[in-house]
Design a protein around this ligand. Sequence first.
Ligand code: SAM
Length: 245
Amino acid sequence: AGVLYVVPTPIGNLEDITYRALNILQSVSLIAAEDTRNTKKLLNHFELSTPLISYHEHNKIAREEQLLERIKRGETIAIVSDAGMPTISDPGYEIVQAVIEQDQKVVVLPGANAALCGLIGSGLPTDEFYFYGFLPRKKKDKASELDRLKRLKATLLFYESPYRIKDTLKVLHEQLGNRNIAIARELTKRFEEFVRGRAEELIEWAENQEMRGEFVLVVEGASLVVEEEAEDVWWEDLSVVAHVN
Ligand code: SAM
């Protein structure tokens, strides 16, 4: 019978591909990839030569029907994105939904994901967390989205680009107060680093930095600290911990 496999790929360190992911990528008849050139490089690295087809924001509706037809005919197809878990701040959830609606089988492989690595490495509570993904770019929209989240006691997770991270820290401070925040940078890569501190400290820290690389922002939930006067959690001062892989 046909299957759609959702296959995670590394978020930096190629050793984070799983045995199972490699087996599936080798055995399927087709890999639907966010960017076929990127995925081609990954396949070459692991000496795989499975056919690729593009599946991204701009062709996903047209592709959906094609892929669905092939799955219904009994083919196995894998979907991958450029990095990490497909469908998480990446294309793919619509095809998963379509496959389910057509009573076909979806199999999700576990694997690398930047948000979860950032959350766990932050040291902030993991019992309840809220993954937001990318905030809107415009300051006004960013502020109104944060306003919506400010009463949540869950730890908040955001993805952010290096071009907007300084600005986003400021808006986080304005909307949520001087909370504890961890910046997880370049996870699994050579210059992996966690920077942990209060919003104000991180804004100051960021002033003197060239913000390069990929970032996850992990923000303490509302239950621990909202007021300026509240006590620090266990990290008393700004701490920058780099771990060179
Ligand atoms: N699907 C991916 C996942 O499962 O994590 C996320 C894809 S999203 C388009 C890309 C964003 O994820 C980046 O802008 C960054 O915020 C975050 N990200 C991806 N890789 C990362 C890494 N190695 N270190 C820190 N953040 C990363």
